[in-house]
Design a protein around this ligand. Structure first.
Ligand code: SF4
Length: 339
């Protein structure tokens, strides 16, 4: 199978659509009613709800998802994706679950990349211990791979990545770096995403050194999100230095350090599709509590401009926002930090 070309720039149609999407958001803010211009410029699609790990602040890992397990097929993905025109400039292939456990993931990437989208996938890396899978990702034209690794040693990585294996992680990283080198290509860009917790903070410098040794392109340090904001949970997991976390302790709970009056652009510029085709406003709706339609039962544009979506957008212009908005990154500044 031939190696795809490196990432392309967005087309004029995609750039125009991006501008329209943000213009719609701006107008909605101004006139206080939903104005939707254009298609979503970014789509997050969940390839599967399966995962081999059980991370303590992941809804899936905690066993909190009540929605049925699902896996998106290539045929279903094509039906959803091909209905959105112009093709979104960005496809984020993750949500709940480990995307690389979907056996058709390379074909899904290939289909989206060939339509001109930048395709980014976030993984816990372990499935890449299979060399063949690493080669398939490169050949499919994946633009960026986010490596979700939260420690530079097995002990600290596994303190959060419950049930994982640091040896598999190392083999996986080395495999994809080796395939890139063999093919003489620079994609996918390899971004190590290191979530800063109290226990792994001392390993930040070692992570940078390890990344260089492994051939990873960059390390990004992110503040942690808590699924459970009880006082003792934050005290266990969050760094003590306020600059390195996004929450402050108020009474018995950790609350986001953000003004109350933020505006949500995301519901005008992007959407999230669950593995069973249901469309939700964003990745913070982890259990599918605010379903706005099903992109396998009706064309995506009908969902995007449909009554349920517009009603949700109207609701977001009021003070009656869903609980999930209280723990989301919209309007937050301190997501990436330098430890
Ligand atoms: S959680 Fe709420 S504010 Fe955040 S992106 Fe989703 S809809 Fe917007």
């Amino acid at each position: 199978m031939s190696t795809q070309h490196p990432p392309r720039l967005p087309t004029a149609g995609q750039l125009l659509n991006l501008a329209l999407a943000y213009l719609g958001a701006g107008l909605s803010r101004l006139v206080r009613r939903p104005v939707v211009l254009g298609a979503p410029a970014m789509l997050m699609v969940e390839p599967t709800t399966a995962c081999q790990l059980r991370c303590p602040h992941c809804a899936l890992g905690r066993g909190e998802l009540t929605r049925p397990a699902a896996r998106l097929t290539l045929e279903e993905f094509r039906r959803i994706w091909d209905a959105v025109r112009p093709a979104p400039a960005l496809l984020q292939l993750w949500n709940q679950g480990e995307p690389l456990l979907n056996p058709e993931i390379a074909a899904i990437i290939r289909h989206a990349a060939s339509s001109g989208a930048r395709v980014v996938l976030s993984t816990n890396v372990e499935p890449l211990e299979k060399e063949l899978l690493a080669a398939e990702l490169v050949d499919a034209g994946l633009h960026e791979l986010i490596l979700s690794l939260d420690g530079a040693t097995a002990e600290s990585h596994l303190a959060y990545r419950t049930g994982g294996s640091f040896e598999k992680v190392e083999r996986g990283v080395r495999n994809i770096v080796a395939v890139r080198r063999e093919r003489g290509v620079r994609h996918p860009k390899l971004t190590w995403q290191f979530i800063l917790f109290r226990h792994n903070l001392p390993e930040a410098d070692e992570a940078k050194r390890l990344a260089r040794r492994w051939g990873v392109d960059r390390v990004v340090f992110k503040t942690a999100q808590l699924e459970d904001t009880a006082r003792e949970e934050g005290e266990r997991w969050l760094p003590e230095e306020p600059r390195l976390r996004r929450y402050d302790l108020r009474g018995d709970r950790w609350v986001l350090r953000r003004g109350a009056h933020f505006f949500c652009d995301r519901i005008y510029t992007s959407a999230t599709v669950l593995a069973d085709g249901r469309v939700v406003p964003c990745c913070f709706d982890k259990d599918g509590s605010h379903v706005l339609g099903n992109a396998l039962e009706q064309p995506f544009p009908e969902v995007w401009r449909g009554r349920a979506y517009q009603a949700f957008r109207r609701r977001m212009l009021t003070a009656d926002r869903p609980g999930m908005c209280g723990n989301c990154t919209e309007g937050l500044r301190n997501l990436e930090v330098k430890p």
